[in-house]
Each structure stands twice: as structure tokens, then as C-alpha cells.
Design a protein around this ligand. Structure first.
Ligand code: ZN
Length: 248
């Protein structure tokens, strides 16, 4: 089994480059199919394995080599665990959606946070992605509601205000009935990542929310707990000075 794997991998390593330039001169109508056949012959993988590697390689942070390693792991695993992985992916795509209030991940309808009557839904913390919300929830320090933008403004990537859920945020501020628990939003906390694009998005949101009757704040920046001043970079030190707090 291991020897067979090595043979397949060696074939793939040697074949990838050969296949890339497009090889000989297949007929016009069958050009695509010809190239496919050529690539398959070069890689040595059966069509289904090639397809699996191709799909895995499309995942973020997974290159061709990692995709091959994962594909072989799946091939070696027993049928039940391989199919369980396929079923889990299918399940997530079929059943998980976004909360209509805050765009957090949800099994259908409002998410757990928006359905929680004990939380203060008049305070809304705006984040870029659902995973940012999860990170904040794990701190157990915030008991308000959230709004997930589903990204951040990035003009170079063609992501403008309409690609984000800013419109939904404006609507729930304008109409308390659209907010969780029917509460009026009184404070919006900007919790975007402290990057160039995150800061740009925060500035845009502050502008959009101006005059809407809500207090706009942002998460504090500064020194990480346990850090040492001499090793902290200038930008963090500058933030720490600007965001200094009164000692009580
Ligand atoms: Zn929600």
C-alpha cells in the first residue's frame, strides 16, 4: 500500500509540470477532453482521485501537495469515516445558514444569541466574520448582540459596502422590530480587525451611523496582557498611548 502510494506520488510530482504547457495538438472539439486525458495520464491518478485532490486544493491554505496528502488519507481510511466526512460537508451546506438579524451562523431562523432574552440587544458589536463572534463569545465578557458584516471593505478586491451586510445593520437600527427582542439599538461597538482594511471599514461605518441616534464606540487597542514594552511594535504602543485609561 505504502509503496503504491509512493509510486503514485512520484508520478504526480513528475507529471504536473509536463502536463502544464498543454502537450501535443489535440483536436479543436476535443481539446478540453484531450488536455484532461493528458493530465490524467501524466498524474497517474484515476479521475475520481484527481477530482478529490482538485477540490481539496481549492481550500484556503491547502496547496497541491497537502491536497494529495489529505486525499490519500481519505483513500486509506475505512469507507465509513470517508463517507462521514462527505455527509458532514453536505449537512453543513444544506442546513447551516445565516441569522436574518445579525448574520451569525444559524441552523435556521434566528441564531442562539438573537434568541437569548437575557442578553442586552440594545448594544450591538460589529465584527467581520462569524469566527470573530465565536472568539469574543469565548471571552464571556460581552452580553449584548452582534452584527456580522461578512467581510470588510476592500476596494482592490472589489468588495464595496453593498457586498457587506451594512444595509442590514442600518435597517435594524432604524426599525427596532427588526432587532432581537424588538429593542432599539443604542450603542454600536466597532469590533473590526485592527488592519488597514478593518480601519477603513470602521471609518465608513462611523460615517454611515452618524446622525442615526446611536452611540458609536470601538474596541480598545493597546498592550497585550503579559507583553513587554520593549518588544511591542510602534503601532501598538501608539494605540496604547492614544487609548490610555484613567486609573481608578
Ligand atoms: Zn443572530
Amino acid at each position: 500500500m505504502a509503496a503504491a502510494d509512493r509510486t503514485l506520488r512520484a508520478a504526480a510530482a513528475g507529471g504536473g509540470r509536463d502536463a502544464a504547457p498543454g502537450g501535443g495538438a489535440p483536436g479543436r472539439a476535443a481539446a478540453a477532453e484531450g488536455r484532461l486525458t493528458e493530465a490524467r495520464r501524466a498524474s497517474g491518478y484515476p479521475r475520481a482521485v484527481d477530482r478529490l485532490i482538485g477540490e481539496l486544493a481549492r481550500l484556503p491554505g491547502i496547496g497541491r501537495r497537502s491536497a494529495e496528502r489529505l486525499a490519500f488519507h481519505i483513500l486509506k481510511a475505512d469507507e465509513q469515516s470517508g463517507l462521514a466526512l462527505a455527509a458532514a460537508i453536505s449537512d453543513v451546506k444544506k442546513t447551516v445558514g445565516h441569522c436574518p438579524v445579525c448574520w451569525n451562523l444559524s441552523d435556521g431562523g434566528r441564531c442562539e444569541i438573537c434568541s437569548d432574552g437575557k442578553r442586552d440587544h440594545s448594544t450591538v458589536l460589529v465584527v467581520e466574520e462569524p469566527r470573530d463572534l465565536i472568539a469574543l463569545e469565548q471571552s464571556s465578557m460581552f452580553k449584548g448582540g452582534y452584527h456580522v458584516l461578512m467581510g470588510r471593505l476592500s476596494p482592490l478586491d472589489g468588495i464595496g459596502p453593498t457586498e457587506l451586510t451594512i444595509d442590514g445593520l442600518e435597517k435594524r437600527i432604524a426599525d427596532p422590530a427588526l432587532n432581537a427582542a424588538g429593542l432599539k439599538v443604542r450603542e454600536v461597538i466597532l469590533g473590526l480587525n485592527p488592519t488597514l482594511e478593518g480601519d477603513g471599514t470602521s471609518l465608513h461605518l462611523a460615517e454611515v451611523l452618524k446622525g442615526k441616534g446611536v452611540k458609536v464606540t470601538r474596541l480598545a487597542r493597546g498592550l497585550p496582557t503579559g507583553s513587554s514594552l520593549e518588544y511591542v511594535n510602534k503601532a501598538v504602543l501608539a494605540d496604547a498611548i492614544v487609548c490610555r485609561q484613567e486609573v481608578r
